[in-house]
Design a protein around this ligand. Structure first.
Ligand SMILES: *Cc1c(COP(=O)(O)O)cnc(C)c1O
Length: 250
C-alpha cells in the first residue's frame, strides 16, 4: 500500500487530513488555556472500524500513534501497514478478554484497558522476549461510567502494586472512559488525576517507579480532559468520521 501525499485533490484522505489538523488545533488551544505545553499531550488516532488506507492517510500527515479496540481487526491493520511498523505506535484500548491477550501482547506497543490481575499476568507472560516490555495503563471505572469494564477505584491500589511488579509490562498510567452524557465534563477527569497522585504515593512508598500517563479525553471532551491533566487523548470520530454503529459495540 502506498502512503498518499498530503496535497492530493479533495478525497476522503483529504477530509481525514483536514480533520487531523483541526484536532491538533483543538489540542494545542486546550493546552494553551491550561498553560501546558502542547507536546505534553499525545494524540492517539482511534482507527477502529476504519480501513488501513485511512490509517495510512493520517500517517502521511505525521500521525503515528493509533488506537484499536478489537484484537483481530487491529492486528490485520498492523500487518497491512507492516512497512511503517517501525514508525508507528499501536495502542490497544478496547475491552480485553483473556483468550485474546496473546495476540495483543505480540502485536501492540501499549494496552490501556488492563482491569484485573489475570489480564495483566497473561500480557506479561505472553509478551515476546524479542520485544520491549508492553506499556500498560489500568482502566479505572470512575463513578459515572456507564460501561461495566474497568477496575473500581476501591480495588485500584492492589491491582497497581501487582502490575508494577510484573516483569514484561511497564506500568505507565491510568485510563478512563467517562459517560459522554454527564452534566460536569471535568469531574471524572479530575477524579482520575487525583487517583494517579494517590497511586504514585503508594508506588513510591513501595520503592516502585511512578506512573506518568493519564489516558483520558475523546472527540467530545478532549478539552476538559486536557485541562485536568490528560497526557494522552484518544480521538476517533473527530479524525476519521462517524463509525457504523453496528461495528462499534465495544
Ligand atoms: C472509540 C473509542 C475512543 C474514540 O472515541 P471518539 O468519540 O470517536 O473520539 C476512545 N477511547 C475508547 C476506549 C474508545 O473505545
Amino acid at each position: 500500500m502506498s502512503v498518499p501525499s498530503c496535497s492530493v485533490p479533495v478525497s476522503i484522505d483529504d477530509v481525514i487530513q483536514q480533520s487531523l489538523l483541526t484536532v491538533r488545533d483543538r489540542v494545542a488551544n486546550a493546552a494553551r488555556l491550561a498553560q501546558r505545553l502542547p507536546e505534553s499531550i499525545q494524540l492517539i488516532a482511534v482507527s477502529k472500524t476504519h480501513p488501513a488506507d485511512r490509517v495510512a492517510a493520517a500517517y502521511a500527515c505525521g500521525q503515528n500513534a493509533f488506537g484499536e479496540n478489537y484484537p483481530q481487526e487491529g492486528v490485520e491493520k498492523i500487518q497491512a501497514l507492516a512497512a511503517y511498523r517501525a514508525h508507528m505506535v499501536w495502542h490497544f484500548i478496547g475491552t480485553l478478554q483473556s483468550n485474546k491477550t496473546a495476540v495483543v501482547a505480540s502485536h501492540f506497543d501499549w494496552v490501556h484497558s488492563v482491569d484485573r490481575m489475570k489480564i495483566a499476568q497473561r500480557l506479561s507472560d505472553q509478551r515476546p522476549v524479542t520485544l520491549p516490555a508492553l506499556q500498560v495503563c489500568v482502566h479505572v471505572n470512575i463513578s459515572d461510567e456507564t460501561s461495566k469494564s474497568g477496575v473500581a477505584p476501591a480495588a485500584l491500589i492492589p491491582l497497581i502494586l501487582y502490575v508494577a511488579r510484573l516483569p514484561r509490562v511497564c506500568l505507565r498510567g491510568l485510563m478512563a472512559i467517562p459517560s459522554p452524557n454527564r452534566s460536569d465534563q471535568h469531574a471524572p477527569f479530575a477524579q482520575l488525576r487525583q487517583l494517579l497522585v494517590r497511586c504514585n504515593q503508594i508506588l513510591t512508598e513501595n520503592n516502585l517507579p511512578v506512573m506518568d500517563t493519564l489516558s483520558m479525553g475523546m472527540s467530545s471532551d478532549l478539552e476538559a480532559a486536557i485541562s485536568e491533566g490528560a497526557t494522552m487523548v484518544r480521538v476517533g470520530s473527530a479524525i476519521f468520521g462517524m463509525r457504523t454503529p453496528a461495528k462499534d459495540a465495544s
